[in-house]
Design a protein around this ligand. Structure first.
Ligand SMILES: C[S@@+](CC[C@H](N)C(=O)[O-])C[C@H]1O[C@@H](n2cnc3c(N)ncnc32)[C@H](O)[C@@H]1O
Length: 213
């Protein structure tokens, strides 16, 4: 990694085993995960990378959606990959250990790269490197999908996000409430960056972005 910090799925203080439950309670998953699955699989992609796949919830939902896509999930945490591999529906998904800023894949290997709730775990330099890696492993014409915290809608959302910053860290999260993610994606060489969804959650404002390679 460009910097030596690693923020695990459930932040710095809570056990990884509770991750799925805490996300279900706080992140309004039903309001965005199914739609994210549809958006990523739109156009019948063959190779899809779930970057920072965590417990595999999104990868498994994509695999279950049918279609011809082969799903690969990558994460830097061996413990969480064990949770993902043990889940029903994980058969057929390739779960790989590796870091977002040094992906073990050839250039142009994927039609889609999706990262949900990964980028706020990465310090700014690592975020930039991870976005550059996402672009490198995407084929020409491929598409990036990012679901993560975004510009705070209002002071309440900003206060709730401050609670998440206590758990997950400050340096890695600062770009999000400031609304800098779309510009960072563009700077990494993507174009046509679009915000397709913006939601209020118990941890602050959340957005789904997509961009063309
Ligand atoms: C909040 S979880 C999100 C998991 C999953 N994508 C989801 O939507 O539920 C963030 C994940 O990013 C992983 N992660 C954090 N830093 C990483 C890095 N530098 N490289 C790869 N994975 C990383 C963590 O291990 C964790 O599984």
């Amino acid at each position: 990694m460009a910097e030596g910090r690693y923020v695990p799925a459930n932040g710095r203080f809570l056990p990884t085993a509770l991750y799925d439950r805490s996300i279900a309670i706080t992140m309004r998953e039903g309001a965005w995960r199914p739609r994210l699955v549809r958006d990523v699989l739109n156009g019948d992609p063959r190779e899809v990378l779930d970057l920072g796949c965590g417990t595999g919830t999104l990868a498994i939902a994509m695999a279950r959606a049918g279609g011809r896509a082969r799903i690969t999930g990558i994460d830097g945490d061996a413990e969480i990959l064990d949770i993902a591999r043990a889940k029903e529906g994980s058969e057929g998904i390739d779960f790989v250990g590796g870091l977002a800023d040094a992906l073990p894949f050839d250039d142009g290997s994927f039609d889609r790269v999706v990262c949900s709730l990964l980028l706020h775990h990465l310090d700014p330099a690592v975020k930039r490197a991870a976005l550059a890696e996402a672009r490198r492993v995407l084929r020409r014409g491929g598409r990036l999908h990012v679901a993560d915290f975004g510009r705070s809608h209002d002071p309440l959302m900003r206060i709730l996000f401050a609670g998440l910053q206590v758990l997950d860290g400050f340096a890695n999260t600062a770009d999000h409430p400031a609304g800098r993610l779309p510009a960072m994606i563009e700077t990494a060489g993507f174009h046509s960056v679009e915000r397709t969804l913006a939601l209020r959650t118990a941890w602050g404002s959340f957005e789904v972005l997509s961009a063309d390679r």
